[in-house]
Write a protein that binds this ligand. Structure first.
Ligand SMILES: [Mg+2]
Length: 82
C-alpha cells in the first residue's frame, strides 16, 4: 500500500512501474510462503498482520489506481476496480 504522503511523488509512469514490481513481489511471496501467511517482521496494519493474499489485493488496487491516472493522461479507457 502506498503511503498517502508519497502517492503522487514522481512521474506516473515510474509509479506504475513500481506498482508492477510490487504486484510481482506479492505474488511470489504468496506462492513461496502461502497465501494465508504473512511477513512476521513487517509491522501490522493497525492491530492485524495482512495475509499475503490481502497484500496482493492491495498492490493490485495501487496498480489500477496508477494505471488509471496514466490512462487519463493518454486518453485511454480506465479500468474498474471494486
Ligand atoms: Mg503498492
Amino acid at each position: 500500500m502506498t503511503h498517502p504522503e508519497y502517492k503522487k511523488r514522481g512521474p506516473v509512469e515510474v509509479r506504475l512501474i513500481e506498482e508492477c514490481a510490487e504486484v510481482i513481489q506479492a505474488v511470489t511471496k504468496g506462492q513461496r510462503f502461502g497465501w494465508d501467511n504473512w511477513n512476521p517482521i513487517k509491522p501490522p496494519e493497525g492491530e492485524v498482520h495482512w495475509k499475503n493474499k490481502i497484500e496482493l489485493e492491495e498492490e493490485m488496487a495501487d496498480l489500477v489506481e496508477h494505471y488509471n491516472e496514466l490512462a487519463g493522461k493518454l486518453k485511454l479507457r480506465k479500468l474498474r476496480w471494486r
